[in-house]
Design a protein around this ligand. Structure first.
Ligand SMILES: [Zn+2]
Length: 275
């Protein structure tokens, strides 16, 4: 499906509890000239085939580069088979190079530079924006010509993202607000068109700030463990997979608050081995 003049999305319903609304791979540029491919999906044959079918549908354009947003399996799993078909340079964050080299060979992978411009067909370019937080090697891409941000797993279309390092993540969101956009093309969930697309990054920042405040309030009320705080601030009927994600999220917020010196962590539990 065409999203904007230079953006085409291959949407797949991969049915994961962590990303409601399915997943997306993007072709960017002009199908009559050259295109960039963003992300290569999980390793399931069906997913890889869907990307390659869509590539056929676009008329097998020359691929200028395969861009990877980060190291998670649902973004790089199909890389080797897709690389065999499109034979384009693989571009990623410098911290992801070694891992991808084992999949496609040393010569195929070229590290991105921060803010690098990647030109493609239709006389447009996307700019690589290093956006750590969800993962250390996360990269988002900005297509100025169509006012589009490709946010990988930094911003999702239908849920909030999991975050490893919240302080870096908040800085990354701040960076994204500096690039003009009104459409968000996320790794998972639906594409978010204008007008909501223009506001989504700020909404995410606001959502995190609110969550932080809820955690500070819970601490003030005497809740002191990750599980207790999670039970206090999240709905009681969260599905099991989501509850674990919520607990990780609370732990990440607490790490940030400890790091900032606003909260003190004390070792509290000792458990007998084997119990
Ligand atoms: Zn993902």
């Amino acid at each position: 499906m065409q999203v904007t003049p230079h953006v085409y999305v291959m949407h797949i319903d991969d049915d994961s509890v962590y990303h409601p609304g399915g997943s997306n791979n993007y072709f960017v540029g002009d199908p009559h000239e050259e295109m960039l491919l963003i992300d290569t999906g999980d390793q399931q044959r069906e997913w890889t085939q869907s990307i390659l079918d869509y590539y056929e549908h676009l008329g097998r354009p020359k691929i200028s580069a395969i861009l990877l947003t980060h190291r998670h399996q649902d973004h790089i799993g199909g890389l080797d088979r897709i690389y065999d078909v499109v034979q384009a340079p693989v571009r990623c964050h410098p911290k992801l190079v070694t891992k991808l080299t084992t999949m496609v060979g040393q010569d195929a992978v070229v590290p991105l530079k921060s803010r690098e411009m990647l030109r493609t067909g239709g006389d447009v370019a996307v700019q690589a924006l290093f956006t750590p937080g969800h993962e250390v090697d996360h990269v988002a891409f900005h297509l100025q010509a169509d006012r589009v941000l490709f946010t990988g797993d930094c911003i999702l279309g239908a849920s909030s993202s999991t975050v490893r390092d919240l302080a870096s993540y908040m800085k990354s969101l701040q960076l994204l607000t500096q690039y003009q956009h009104d459409t968000i093309c996320p790794g998972h969930g639906p594409v978010v068109p204008p007008p909501r697309g223009a506001e989504l990054v700020r909404w995410y920042m606001h959502h995190r700030e609110e969550r932080e405040q809820q955690i500070l309030d819970a601490l003030a009320k005497g809740f002191s463990g990750v599980k207790a705080i999670t039970r206090h601030i999240y709905p009681r009927n969260l599905r099991k997979g989501l509850r674990e994600g919520a607990e990780r999220n609370v732990a990440t917020h607490l790490e940030k608050l400890v790091h900032e010196g606003r909260v003190t962590q004390t070792p509290s539990h000792y458990v007998l081995q084997g119990h």
